[in-house]
Write a protein that binds this ligand. Structure first.
Ligand SMILES: [Zn+2]
Length: 238
């Protein structure tokens, strides 16, 4: 067994035995880590409330064969304002769930760690309607699965794009259209998020357009996770 230090965001915790919890973290250097926090459910626990979902922490752990063991935890960001607002809590949990599904044990993913910390910090100081959509789009782009937004994803023509199909993975022209209708304002916002216009997109007030973009991005991540699940499944079956 060896000792290591890392920083991570707590994705979830589950009870273990009488007094312990297994804490799942998305870390910077060790990917997804599952570690036992011993005695954490006792009122006298040295961990206090530091290892709650959403907390950004610096940890020291023993590396175990199956599960690691947390020996120290210090809070970097507690995200108190997010926790005090149910609407923001919901958004934060959506972000954590996406990270949980995409991160893998034993695979360092510093960009994903940076993105989740960044998203939670934005949420701590405000409540942008497009926070989750922007986060998910950036994550998809980092996975090499950003939706096609320049040419029709079906025929490759550089013509007016009027529809969006999350399963196909992008926008569609008039002759190939299927999926959901795509207005020019939604298309412009999607492009802005992926191309340096993130700050402006996050300042966008809630509107039917931001609702549309959020719905479309949610369908895109669901389609992506579904594809990943299928490819993982076929890899296992093989
Ligand atoms: Zn087409």
């Amino acid at each position: 067994m060896s000792l290591y230090r890392d920083q991570g965001v707590v994705l979830r915790t589950i009870r273990l035995g009488e007094a312990d919890r297994i804490v799942t973290l998305a870390t910077r250097d060790n990917g997804k880590v599952r570690a036992v926090a011993k005695g954490i459910r006792r009122t006298t626990s040295k961990f206090g409330g530091r290892l709650e979902p959403m907390s950004h922490v610096a940890v020291q752990c023993w590396r175990g064969r199956e599960l690691d063991i947390v020996t120290q935890a210090e809070v970097i960001d507690a995200f108190g304002r997010v926790r005090a607002d149910l609407g923001r809590v919901g958004k934060a949990y959506t972000v954590l769930e996406v990270v949980d599904q995409l991160s893998q044990e034993g695979h360092a993913n510093a960009p994903l760690y940076d993105m989740v910390v960044g998203a939670l910090r934005v949420l701590e100081v405000g409540d942008p309607p497009l926070l989750v959509a922007a986060f998910v789009l950036k994550v998809l782009a980092a996975e090499g699965a950003a939706p096609e937004l320049d040419v029709c994803v079906a025929c490759g023509e550089d013509s007016e794009l009027v529809a969006f199909d999350p399963v196909e993975g992008g926008a569609l022209c008039r002759s190939c259209r299927r999926g959901r209708p795509l207005g020019p304002d939604s298309l412009a916002l999607l492009r802005a998020i992926l191309r340096g216009g993130l700050r402006a997109a996050l300042a966008e007030p809630a509107s039917p357009v931001t609702d549309d973009v959020s719905a479309l991005v949610t369908e895109s991540i669901e389609a992506h996770l579904d594809r990943r699940l299928r490819s993982l499944h076929s890899a296992v079956v093989r």
